[in-house]
Design a binder for this molecule. Sequence first.
Ligand code: URP
Ligand code: ZN
Ligand code: ZN
Length: 463
Amino acid sequence: MSLLIRGGRIITATDDHVADVYCAGETITRIEPDIDPKTLPQKDLEIVDATGKYVFPGFIDPHVHIHLPFMGTHAADDYESASRAALAGGTTTVIEMICPGPADEPWDAFEVWKSKADGISAMDYTFHMSVVRFDESARQQFRRIVDAGVASFKVFLAYKGALDLSDEDLFAAMKLARELGVIVTAHCENAEAIDAMQKSLLAEGKTGPEWHGPSRPPVVEASGVHHICSFAALLGTHVYTVHTSCDDAVREALAARYRGVDVWIEAVAPHLVLDESYAERGNFLGAKYVMSPPLREKRNQDVLWNGLRSRAISTIGTDHAPFRFEDQKQMGRDAFTKIPNGISSIQERVDLVHTHGVMVGRMDLNTMVDACSTQAARIFGMYPRKGTVQVGSDADLVVYDPAYRGKFSLDGSHSRVDYNAYEGWDRIGRPVVVTVRGKIQARDGQFVGTLGRGQFIAREATH
Ligand code: URP
Ligand code: ZN
Ligand code: ZN
């Protein structure tokens, strides 16, 4: 298996130049102008003409949920549908959150989550390990999980009684993370405040999806960011705020960074392009847009885009969490607190960033690559194997046509969710060839690859 991608404009986080890329087997082995195909071994040589196209490193989504038992149901995708969707949209590696319940054993959860991907996934994958309980037995299991290559933890300050941690356990988990050199990714919203506000809104008869946002305003998220950063300051643990949605939360993280805390900030696609008015749509349609943290006032989008452009915000993920409108979102007809939280975006992320970021001048192509690929690889211990186009890196490549014009739509979506949050929106650009370690897995939005080709990427603790 060998692949020659000819004449494309290679874009990394720092460089932009025209050259050919040759991949022998699973690895990039040559990047040079005008490689003559006649000089290459001819057996199984595939040639892709990338003239007029970009050649990006495979995009990495640092925040997805695929197997997710949550709020009385399960997220709608599995590794078959999620990897078809991811690859059609240019994402070649995902980091999935392992989210067990407090009664589950962490090592068992790791094995369950891994078994859902092994032999099925068409994209490469790795995990963040959620800490939802901490005791001596859990501590030993977390050590083993880190040794097995899962070099990042996840903690939830939200979801009272389901996933949230007591401060005592949070402190202990962060202390262990510091000792092991793993980064702690954190959902930063204060669970107690949300619980109290949800109860009083419901008591006032405010039950519709439009009340989800008011039950967890920006200050709740800012308080969560402040909290995790305070523990990080005490312990020296490196932290990463997931799905950071608003001005107040970004400011808290930056203020902590200026105090010396090692904190990285993630934005996710829905918060960059959707605002609170979507969750306020009538006839319960707002339920499609219920996620946490909630969609915010539109002005927050500029803060997120500017944070990305200045690289103060490091990554763009999706927080892909797909729940069908037809039945799953309906579970919250009588109370917004029962609407499964989440939006599907795994297929749309890269094109949304190209359309709403690059094409309108909010960021350049290098920053798009940095935020959608390179930083995730660096922060989570996969660089330079992933996250760049260089000799020796995995041949995960996206040949991207910036001249394509189309629409985002459920028609053409590979996720099993029954609506597209971006339905009918203009779409500028699309991946035309997507490779995973040298093999073409998607073309023109269609999955053409092999299920089971994806590999678990074991990561070293680098923090
Ligand atoms: O609404 C969301 N974000 N659902 C998935 C779970 C989480 O908090 O990331
Ligand atoms: Zn979350
Ligand atoms: Zn999430």
